[in-house]
Write a protein that binds this ligand. Structure first.
Ligand code: SF4
Length: 226
């Protein structure tokens, strides 16, 4: 999938450039778990991602994957994310959302991980987690929280969990709450399936839901804020 061209990917920086020797400090170097990084089995991928979270060069690795044109970086776990999560991160970039990976690493450090897990369980959205963390004194944006949630083994879905008493279907929620995001990503060239996965509803149904929203917006002639 090519949704972001190489120039655009290089135009943004997640962190300071890595020193050339960062790969020598990776925990997967020479690891017997290499197969897990390219496995299609969920539990194997989770094992690989767990190894990444303890890796001292996770930030450099994710930056490298993001900026590389090498097709191998389109496959397998790397930088603590699986390919679907990295694609979702590319869509975040299309919307101008660039994570602070150093801060995401702080969020999965022993000092903050328990708090992050508490908030994952208690908050309905990534926005909610970010808001509470800001009250805790940690200045984080939503996309940085999303990366930290992924690194901590969470889903990191962009769609909020519905509140008590809200009985809307996910399709209605998509139409009511996410039409502007869907239109913005569509206008920037993202595929329907990738938009659905970005929002947290992967699969054929998700892509169909996104198509339905786009059709409804086109039929209504509404211009949504991008
Ligand atoms: S973050 Fe993961 S893939 Fe990257 S160097 Fe570390 S262990 Fe290997």
């Amino acid at each position: 999938m090519t949704i972001v061209n190489a120039d655009m990917r290089r135009s943004r920086s997640y962190a300071a450039p890595a020193t050339p020797d960062w790969k020598t400090r990776s925990v997967c170097r020479g690891s017997e778990m290499t197969d897990d990084f390219f496995s299609t089995v969920r539990s194997h991928k989770e094992r690989a991602r767990a190894l990444c979270v303890g890796c001292p060069v996770i930030v450099e690795c994710l930056n490298n994957q993001r900026q590389s044109d090498d097709v191998i970086y389109r496959w397998g776990v790397g930088g603590g994310l699986d390919p679907e999560q990295r694609r979702a991160l590319e869509l975040e970039e299309l919307l101008g959302n660039v994570p602070n990976l150093a801060m995401a690493k702080v969020l999965v450090s022993p000092r903050w991980l328990y708090r992050l897990r508490q908030l994952k369980a208690g908050c309905r959205s990534l926005e909610g987690i970010a808001a509470v963390l800001r009250k805790d004194g940690l200045l984080v944006d939503v996309v940085t929280v999303r990366v930290a949630v992924w690194w901590s083994g969470g889903q990191g879905s962009r769609m909020a969990r519905l509140g008590p008493g809200d009985r809307r279907s996910w399709r209605a929620q998509l139409r009511d709450d996410y039409a502007d995001v869907i239109v913005a990503l569509h206008e920037r060239g993202a595929r329907r399936a990738d938009i659905a996965a970005y929002l947290g509803i992967p699969g054929t149904n998700g892509a169909k839901g996104v198509s339905d929203v786009l059709k409804a917006v086109a039929a209504s002639g509404l211009e949504l804020a991008a």
